[in-house]
Design a protein around this ligand. Structure first.
Ligand code: CP
Ligand code: NVA
Length: 300
């Protein structure tokens, strides 16, 4: 794996990354495997977890991370992505990018000598999916189960579809009509799912979609960049809230996940975030361990 632009890039490394992440979490990888290495982190959008987990992860691995907001770079004044990539990748050992357009991350990688990691785009959020798989495996000790992703078929959902296909986990995308996941990614995920036996479905009926599932996952209704559609979205998603009533349709032992940030009272109620079913804070913590595994694999 040269870059991690899509979850698809990691298709042959999912098991390895999860094992490595577990080892980092338990402190089983000693020393500073990324000593003297530098990660550049370009942010076109806000971030709490991604920024902190990459920055702390690099530090813990013996390296360092540079926070570069687009506005502080010449990128914000019209330097093209290709030129930025050619110059930047001569200084650093890896580049993480949180970009508005997925296309820009692809362009960057095509002009970069250093590995490029997608830290969220309009299309995908692969780093999140590793933390999600790790959290599910820790609690359930298996991927032989069914996950319902409730809400917007967005970047988080797209990467999770590919991740589910790779590990053989069934996944229902439970969304209002018009908010289905990316067509191409869904097709790809279905192709991989044939090999692992994962059943991937898009279901508009929320009760049917969560019936008997083992994992209920949700994300914000209004992703970064969707703010102009806020009132339409709040209306369209109003029946797709993860709450106590909805959880009655899931398995009794179902767990709740959310990539965060959460808007209480929209996609999820506060009591569900705090419920014993929720593994949301472990999931947030696992971003760090998963990030270290990805960095170790790509940069060391
Ligand atoms: N889940 C996630 O990527 O969080 P941030 O936007 O805070 O990085
Ligand atoms: N779908 C959300 C995820 C945030 C981590 C967004 O893109 O804003």
């Amino acid at each position: 794996m040269k870059h991690l632009l899509s979850m698809e890039d990691a298709k042959d490394h999912v098991h390895e990354i999860l094992v490595l992440a577990g080892k980092f979490k338990r402190g089983e990888i000693p020393g500073e495997p990324l000593a003297k290495k530098t990660l550049a982190m370009i942010f076109e959008k806000a971030s709490t977890r991604t920024r902190i987990s990459f920055e702390v992860g690099m530090y813990q691995l013996g390296g360092t991370a540079l926070y570069l907001s687009k506005d502080d770079l010449q990128l914000g004044r019209g330097e093209i992505v290709e030129d930025t990539a050619k110059a930047m990748s001569r200084y650093v050992d890896g580049v993480m990018i949180r970009a508005i357009e997925h296309e820009d991350v692809l362009k960057f990688s095509q002009n970069s000598n250093a590995p490029v990691i997608n830290g969220l785009t309009n299309l995908e959020h692969p780093c999140q999916a590793f933390a999600d798989l790790l959290t599910i495996y820790e609690r359930k000790k298996s991927f032989d189960m069914k996950l319902a992703f409730v809400g917007d078929g967005n970047n988080v959902c797209n990467s999770l579809l590919l991740a589910s296909a790779f590990v053989g986990m069934d996944m229902n995308v439970v969304c209002p009509p018009g908010y289905e996941p990316d067509v191409e990614i869904f097709k790809k995920a279905k192709k991989y799912a044939k090999k692992t036996g994962a059943e991937l479905k898009i279901i508009n009926d929320i009760e049917k979609g969560v019936q008997g599932v083992d994992v209920v996952y949700t994300d914000v209704w209004i992703s970064m960049g969707d703010e102009e559609e806020a009132s339409k979205r709040i209306n369209d998603f109003s029946d797709y809230q993860v709450n106590k009533n909805l959880m009655k349709h899931a398995d009794n032992d179902a767990m709740i996940l959310h990539c965060l940030p959460a808007i209480r009272g929209q996609e999820i109620t506060a009591d569900m975030i705090n419920s014993p079913k929720s593994s949301i804070w472990d999931q947030a913590e696992n971003r760090l361990h998963a990030q270290k595994a990805v960095l170790y694999l790509l940069i060391s």
